[in-house]
Design a protein around this ligand. Structure first.
Ligand code: ADP
Ligand code: MG
Ligand code: ZN
Length: 620
C-alpha cells in the first residue's frame, strides 16, 4: 500500500505556518518601530504655537533644534522645552528664513517621503502576501481531498505484497486443466534460471478467457499466491479516464513499479476495455485514449528483457473483440479458456464456499450442483451466501439443505414478491398459464425436465415454470428447438383454451419462441428448403460489452421474406401442437391448476402424481 500512496511532504505545511507567523510578527514590529509614532510621543503634549512665532524664536536664537517633518514642525528650545507647529506645505525652510548660516539652531528636515511610501504600502503588501498564502493553503487542501485528480498520471494498480496473496490453487475448485497450465507459470516465476539456462523463453503474457464469474481473477491471484510473488492488479477500464494520455502514463507507471518488484505478476482485468481492435469503424473507432493505452501496453511488453521476471496475466470475456496485436507471439500468446463449471466442478465449488460457514448435517451438495446447471462460480458463491443469510434470518444455528434450496431459487429466479397483490382472476390466469407450460413441456420428448411450478411472483414474472436442462449438452437438435418453442407457447395456449381470451402475460414467452425460430432459420440451417444450409446475417463486433452484436443484413428481400415465413409457420405449427396437447388433457389441466392455486408451488413429483394418477417414484 505504501508504494502507491503519494508522498505528502509534511515540512511544507510547516514552512507555510512559519511564514505566516513570521509575517504577523514583522507587521507588528514595523508598526512599533514606526518613527512617526515614537517622536509623536515626545511631542504629544507640546504646546502649539504659530509658525511666525517659531520664525521669530529662530531669529532670536531661542531654539536648539527645529525638526520639520512634512507639515509638522517640532521645536526644542534651549531651555529644553518643546513646542510644535504646522506649516503650509508650500513653505520651505528657506522661504521661512530658517537657513541662516550664522544661526546656531539645528534645522533638521526629515525627508521621509520614500520611507513613508514604504511604511504606507507595507501593510497592504503583507496583507496581499497573507491572502496569497491563504489561497495556496486552501488550494492544497482541496487538492489533497481530490488526490485522484491530482495524481491521475500515477497507476492506480492496487499492490498486494507477496505475503498478502493468500489464495492458493486449492481455493480454486475444478478447472484442473487450467490449473495445470498455470502450474508452469508458477514455476517460471519461482525458478526462472531453470528455463533461461536451456535457452527457453519465459512467456510474458497469459490471457484468461471466460465468462464473468468463472473465476479468472481468483485463478490469477492463486498463481501469485502459489509463486509467492507480489500481485499488481488493475482493471482495463481504469486506464481509460477522462484525460487523454492518462492511460498510457498509468501503464508506464504500473510496469515500472512491477519491474522494481520483480518477480511479480501484473493482472489486467477486463483487458477488452483497452484492447479492442484498433482503428475500427463505428462508435468505438479512433478512440485515441484507448489506442494509446493499448500501444503502451504492447511497447512495455516488448521491452521486457529476458531477465525481467514479470508475467502479465490478462482476463477477458470477449476474446473476439481483442486486437490481433495483443495475441501475437511474445505477448499474450498463452490463452487459457475457462468454461462454466460442470456438475463435478460445481459440487466442488459449493464445497469450497461451505468451508467458512456453519453447515448443518446431511447436506447434499450434489443435489444442489444438479440444480445449478449453467451457473458460474460466482453464482454458486452467491447461493451459499444467500443460504447463510436465510439461515440467519430463520434464527438457525447452521445452514440447512432447505436454506440452500431457497437460495438456489432466489438466485435463479429472482426474489419472491409475496407482497405483490394480484386480482383473483389474474392469479387464476397465471396458474392455468404455468400449468399449461408444465403439461406441454412434460409431454414434449426433448424438453428439459420439469423442476417446479410456482405462482408466487418473483422478479418480473407473475409465475414461473422451471425446467432444468440436462447436464453436458453442447449441441441441440432441431426437435429440441421445436419442443422448446412448443413448451413456451403452452402457457398462452392454456389461457386461450380456458378463458377464450388473451392477456399480455405471454409476451416474454412469444419473444423467446420467435427468437429460437429465427435462430433456427438464420444460424443453424434448420429452416426450410428455400433457405438451405446458408447462414444469414453477418455478425458485427459489438461496441459495448453485454450487448449482442448487431447483425448486418447480407441477404435479399426474398430470403428475408422466407425467413419471416419460416418463423411464422413454425410458431403457428407449435402453437397448434401445444393447444392439441392441452385439449386432450383438459381435465388434468383443470385438476392440477386447482391444486396449484391451493399450494402455490408444486414440484415435479407432485405434478407427475396428479398427471399420471399414480404415485411417482421418489427421484433422488
Ligand atoms: P471473474 O474474474 O472470472 O469474473 P472471479 O474470479 O471474480 O470471476 O470470481 C468471483 C468469485 O466466484 C470468486 O471470488 C470466488 O469466490 C467464486 N468462484 C468462481 N470460480 C470459482 C472456483 N472455481 N472455485 C471457487 N470459487 C470460485
Ligand atoms: Mg474478474
Ligand atoms: Zn409463460
Amino acid at each position: 500500500m505504501a508504494a502507491t500512496k503519494s508522498r505528502q511532504p509534511k515540512n511544507k505545511s510547516w514552512l507555510i505556518s512559519i511564514l505566516l507567523f513570521g509575517t504577523l510578527i514583522a507587521m507588528s514590529l514595523v508598526s512599533l518601530t514606526n518613527p512617526q509614532r515614537s517622536s509623536d510621543k515626545k511631542f504629544a503634549d507640546a504646546p502649539e504655537v504659530s509658525i511666525s512665532q517659531i520664525t521669530r524664536g529662530y531669529s532670536e536664537g531661542k531654539f536648539s533644534k527645529i525638526s520639520v517633518r512634512d507639515n509638522k514642525v517640532f521645536v526644542e528650545t534651549v531651555t529644553g522645552a518643546v513646542l510644535q507647529s504646522y506649516k503650509e506645505s508650500r513653505d520651505t525652510v528657506s522661504q521661512l528664513g530658517w537657513n541662516d548660516p550664522s544661526n546656531a539652531t539645528v534645522v533638521e528636515v526629515e525627508n521621509r517621503e520614500a520611507q513613508n511610501m514604504l511604511v504606507a504600502i507595507l501593510p497592504d503588501l503583507l496583507f496581499l502576501l497573507l491572502v496569497i498564502f491563504g489561497l495556496i493553503w486552501l488550494f492544497r487542501g482541496i487538492a489533497r481531498s481530490q488526490s485522484t485528480a491530482m495524481s491521475f498520471g500515477k497507476s492506480r494498480a492496487k499492490v498486494a505484497d507477496a505475503t498478502q496473496v493468500k489464495t492458493r490453487f486449492k481455493d480454486v475448485a475444478g478447472m484442473e486443466e487450467s490449473k495445470e497450465e498455470l502450474v508452469e507459470v508458477v514455476d517460471f516465476l519461482k525458478n526462472p534460471k531453470k528455463y533461461t539456462v536451456i535457452g527457453a523463453k519465459i512467456p510474458k503474457g497469459v490471457l484468461l478467457v471466460g465468462q464473468p464469474g468463472t473465476g479468472k481473477t481468483l485463478l490469477a491471484r492463486a498463481v501469485a499466491g502459489e509463486a509467492g510473488v507480489p500481485f499488481f492488479s488493475i482493471a482495463g477500464s481504469e486506464f481509460v479516464e477522462m484525460f487523454v494520455g492518462v492511460g498510457a502514463s498509468r501503464v508506464r507507471d504500473l510496469f515500472a513499479k512491477a519491474k522494481r518488484n520483480s518477480p511479480c505478476i501484473i493482472f489486467i482485468d477486463e483487458i477488452d476495455a483497452v484492447g479492442r481492435q484498433r482503428g475500427g469503424a463505428g462508435f468505438g473507432g479512433g478512440h485515441d485514449e484507448r489506442e494509446q493505452t493499448l500501444n503502451q501496453i504492447l511497447t512495455e511488453m516488448d521491452g521486457f528483457e529476458q531477465e525481467t521476471n514479470v508475467i502479465v496475466i490478462a482476463a477477458t470475456n470477449r476474446p473476439d473483440v481483442l486486437d490481433q496485436a495483443l495475441l501475437r507471439p511474445g505477448r499474450f500468446d498463452r490463452r487459457i479458456f475457462i468454461d462454466k463449471p460442470d456438475l463435478e466442478a460445481r459440487e466442488k465449488i459449493l464445497e469450497v464456499h461451505t468451508k467458512n460457514k456453519k453447515m448443518g448435517k446431511n447436506i447434499n451438495l450434489n443435489v444442489i450442483a444438479q440444480k445449478t446447471v449453467g451457473l458460474a462460480g460466482a453464482d454458486l458463491e452467491n447461493i451459499m451466501n444467500e443460504a447463510a443469510i436465510f439461515a440467519a434470518k430463520g434464527k438457525n444455528k447452521t445452514v440447512s439443505q432447505k436454506d440452500i434450496d431457497n437460495a438456489v431459487e432466489k438466485v435463479a429466479l429472482g426474489p419472491e414478491k409475496r407482497s405483490r397483490k394480484l386480482s383473483e382472476k389474474e392469479v387464476r390466469i397465471t396458474a392455468y398459464h404455468e400449468v399449461g407450460h408444465a403439461i406441454v413441456g412434460h409431454l414434449c420428448p426433448e424438453s428439459d425436465a420439469l423442476h417446479k411450478i410456482s405462482i408466487v411472483s418473483r422478479g418480473n414474472a407473475l409465475g414461473v415454470t422451471w425446467f432444468l436442462p440436462q447436464e453436458d449438452q453442447f449441441t441441440t437438435s432441431k426437435q429440441k428447438f421445436l419442443d422448446e418453442i412448443c413448451g413456451l407457447l403452452g402457457g398462452r395456449a392454456a389461457e386461450e383454451l380456458i378463458f377464450k381470451e388473451i392477456t399480455t402475460g405471454a409476451s416474454n414467452d412469444l419473444e423467446r419462441a420467435s427468437a429460437i425460430a429465427r435462430n433456427m432459420a438464420m444460424r443453424y440451417g434448420m429452416g426450410d428448403d428455400d433457405l438451405g444450409l446458408v447462414t444469414y446475417g453477418e455478425k458485427q463486433g459489438s461496441m459495448f460489452q453485454g450487448v449482442d452484436p448487431s447483425t448486418a443484413r447480407n441477404y435479399s428481400e426474398e430470403q428475408a421474406r422466407n425467413i419471416d415465413d419460416f418463423v411464422r409457420d413454425t410458431i403457428n405449427k407449435q402453437y397448434t401442437r401445444a393447444l392439441g396437447m392441452l385439449k386432450k388433457h383438459k381435465t388434468k389441466l383443470e385438476s392440477i391448476t386447482k391444486t396449484l392455486l391451493k399450494t402455490e408451488t408444486m414440484d415435479k413429483d407432485e405434478f407427475v402424481e396428479i398427471f399420471t394418477g399414480k404415485k411417482a417414484k421418489k427421484r433422488k
